[in-house]
Design a protein around this ligand. Structure first.
Ligand code: NAD
Length: 488
């Protein structure tokens, strides 16, 4: 049941495409129903973009590109900063909208508004620090100028699990660098992006700099945009299989790409770890976003001497969760995004149990409205189980045991993914060895949540290419030019 505040907010959210500074109907006349995963009911209908709409959006981004690239960095910075301030003022509104379309508990949505907003602030500060260098060449025969320039029109594709932060993490550095964009949010959670782009408009963003297409036919609408030689960059966050497909499509035009893909994070607990802190970190690393995060701890690799105690404590903590609609007071675990996500969690737990694991708590879908799965702990997961290989993307904590440091490293690295690893130990030297030995782009050393707008986020192996956030984040939207001039 939506209350009056929800209805009022949903009415305010645009239901059209945003192209060239105008809210426009899709040419197909089709619509997409956005579903509240906690109730299974449609909460709003929005335009479903066609291939022609995608082309129009790219036209608008191309048309606005030169003027935006020539806009003084301070002006670009000021717009991002205004957007940051507006977002902060409207934190509750954006949080509620995210909970309605994605399901996470309100407190977590508020956390995402803070995190997502920080990309606007960080890149408003970076916009004015784009620099180059000037110097004599080694032979002393000329002067070298190295300058940085916006890459040009970008296509941004985002997933459903962090509807705001995944959009700001791409839009903010692109705008700071002087690039125009077309953004395509996930069809399951498009409302937050539409609402956010209305905010950018209010912050003074010129027409055509950001264009939004929402579509139920992502592959069909995206392919011609990616193939268009006027597009200069594709930034994608989503699953590895879709990322692989998009890299193939990008090869044709040798398109620059950033790929933030899937993860299968190990969470390693050594025998000398502070167990209180390890349990607290584990709960955050596993159950934040109902386990639907690329950074979610997927495999708990625990030293045999502390594994029983760890399993007991996390089971107690899981039994203390309150499952329900994210808008309800006291709810700590919301629904999964859809039926497929529930079926996947169910299949992974069943496979683990069939191969000899013990389900300590949970282990079943919750019947009734919405798409809920019980928070679950599975212990003694056997080698070869699917749950060790695949992203769970649900509230399931899976434990395996190890005896030696070498074995822990071997288990942690035994995956094609390499996004993030978590390690708990009090031994500094061991922590340093783990930094060097874990094949991941990021690491939490005695920390269970590490994302920060000031840090370079990204993976190695099949978790992706490129970095978002930090000093590195803006580089993804700039190209470097070297010019040689004669000796003066
Ligand atoms: P997904 O790959 O199914 O979809 C991601 C986006 O791609 C959506 O907007 C979708 O509409 C679009 N898409 C799907 N097929 C497409 C195609 N053929 N052409 C163009 N676009 C297409 O992923 P998802 O289920 O939305 O998100 C979950 C995945 O995202 C997980 O694998 C998760 O690990 C990953 N993820 C990664 C990061 C990161 O920073 N590394 C962050 C969040 C999520």
């Amino acid at each position: 049941m939506t209350d009056a505040r929800e209805t009022e907010l949903l009415q305010k959210v645009p239901d059209k495409l945003f192209i060239g500074g105008q809210w426009v109907e899709g040419t197909s006349g089709r619509t997409i129903d956005v579903i509240d995963p906690a109730t299974g009911r449609a909460i709003k209908s929005i335009a479903d973009a066609s291939v022609a709409d995608g082309a129009r959006a790219l036209d608008a981004a191309v048309e606005a590109a030169d003027a935006w690239a020539a806009t003084p960095p301070r002006t670009r910075s000021d717009i991002l900063r205004r957007a940051f301030d507006l977002l902060r003022e409207r934190k509750d509104e954006f949080a509620l909208l995210m909970t309605l379309e994605m399901g996470k508990p309100l407190a977590e949505s508020q956390g995402e508004v803070t995190y997502g907003g920080e990309f606007l602030r960080w890149f408003s500060e970076e916009a004015v620090r784009i620099s180059g260098r000037y110097g004599t060449n080694p032979e002393g025969t000329g002067r070298m100028i190295v300058s940085q320039h916006p890459v040009g029109p970008c296509f941004l594709i985002t997933p459903w699990n962090f509807p705001l932060a995944m959009a700001t993490r791409k839009i903010a550095p692109a705008l700071a660098a002087g690039c125009t964009v077309v953004i395509k949010p996930a069809e399951l959670t498009p409302l937050t992006t539409l609402h956010f782009v209305a905010l950018l408009e209010e912050a003074g963003l010129p027409a055509g700099v950001v264009n939004v297409i929402t579509t139920s036919t992502s592959g069909e609408v995206s392919a011609p945009i990616i193939a268009d030689p006027r597009l200069r960059k594709l930034s994608f966050t989503g699953s590895t299989p879709v990322g692989q497909k998009l890299i193939q499509q990008s090869a044709q035009g040798v398109l620059r790409t950033s790929m933030e893909l899937g993860g299968n994070a190990p969470f390693v607990i050594f025998d000398d770890a502070d167990l209180d802190k390890a349990v607290a970190g584990a709960m955050a690393a596993k159950f934040r976003n109902i386990g639907q995060a690329c950074t979610a701890a997927n495999r708990f690799i625990v030293h045999r001497s502390v594994a029983d105690e760890f399993a007991r404590r996390v089971t107690d903590a899981v039994n203390g969760f309150t499952v329900g609609r994210g808008t309800d007071e006291g709810v700590t675990i919301g629904p999964l995004i859809d039926d497929r996500a529930v079926a996947k969690a169910e299949a992974l737990v069943r496979d683990a149990a069939d191969r000899g694991a013990t389900v300590l708590t949970g282990g079943s879908p919750i019947t009734g409205d919405g798409t809920f799965y019980e928070p679950t702990v599975v212990d003694n997961v056997r080698p070869g189980s699917d749950i060790l290989r695949e992203e769970i993307f649900g509230p399931v904590l899976a434990i395996t045991r190890f005896d030696t440091e070498d074995e822990a490293v071997q288990l942690a690295n035994d995956t094609e993914y390499g996004l993030v690893g978590y390690v708990y130990t009090k031994d500094l030297a061991r922590g340093q060895r783990m930094i060097e030995r874990l094949q991941t782009g990021m690491m939490g050393l005695n920390m269970g949540v590490i994302s920060n707008a000031a840090a370079p986020f990204g993976g190695v192996k099949q978790s992706g290419l490129g970095r978002e956030g930090g000093f590195e984040g803006i580089q993804e939207y700039l190209y470097t030019k070297y010019t040689l001039t004669p000796d003066p």
